[in-house]
Design a protein around this ligand. Sequence first.
Ligand code: GLN
Length: 377
Amino acid sequence: MPITAKLALEDGSVFPGQAFGAEGEVTGEVVFNTAMTGYQEILTDPSYAGQIVTMTYPEIGNYGTNTVDVEHHRPSLSGFVIRSESRIHSNYRSEAALSDFLKQNNIIGISGIDTRALVRRIRIEGAMRGVLSTTDLDDASLVAKAKASESLVGRDLAKTVMPAQGVQWDDQLHEWITVDEAGQQPSGDQPHVVCMDFGMKWNIPRHLRSRGNRVTIVRGDVSADEILALKPDGLFISNGPGDPEPLSYAKQTISELVDKMPVFGICLGHQLLSLACGAQTYKLKFGHRGVNQPVLDLTTGKVEITTQNHGFAVDEKSLPDCLEITHRHLNDDTVAGVRHKTLPAFSVQYHPEASSGPHDSHYLFERFQSSLSGSPA
Ligand SMILES: NC(=O)CC[C@H](N)C(=O)O
């Protein structure tokens, strides 16, 4: 007998289905992702902490899961919602079924619900708080729990997914080694990039390393002095979950470093760089999550198809004089990238590291690389 699960939203709607991962109960902001593939990268992207993610593509799990295509040690999201799990997983790299991956990682999944109806509701009313439960609670109690649950706004979720300590990224070992073990000495003449980690996706250090940088990761809440002590040639500000506004410690650190070295920010990192320069952020109605989001690079006139996962955005009206818009989201005209007018600091709201997704935006890592060597981007 399949175990019953229910997804209840704060607007009173309840979607019954089958449990297909761990059992229990979680609350979170219910959002949707339109990617047809890449579910394992989505599950392990720490930026989804605090969220229950719905896949709009109806069949998920057909190529299974493995231990390689992960963007972090383990999933941080609250729950996972799909229409249907593929009955078989078939791929030469597959090691486990999606449902087993969820069970192993203690993530509650629900399948067999009308995801189109759910997503239409979110599109019309906006992202909502919800409860995903495999308990036998009645609908009214679940809706009451959804209504009583904490909203994402104003919460520092990044602290829940930051690394415990500073580390260096080692591609060969495909793992983190601590800064102390690795030593602080520059290896050869490789540029040294220090990453402020707010729950960084692992494809970012892979990209930075593949361009010949030494990469040191520090927690997102370290001070500017701690970062300067590492003698960086450039600063990278990572993606991460939740509302950027409460991360005042990061704004402070970035504002102290922005005139000292080249800076590149992705997603939460873009929001934090903008906040540090004096801009403001706001919550989007339902956000952008998928792998085919069109963006215009105003500096070249080229359109790129991008991977995105964000629910907040930089408010164009609040942009200070020192920042200019470099990229725009073509679906809704929101700010998708900014740069400092006089300093080598820039950021994008989307994910040039992709994983999963198209590779159109890899050029942004080249731009950062050029700024590290002092040549024009
Ligand atoms: N992927 C991210 O870094 C997300 C940024 C931020 N948490 C948002 O939702 O807007």
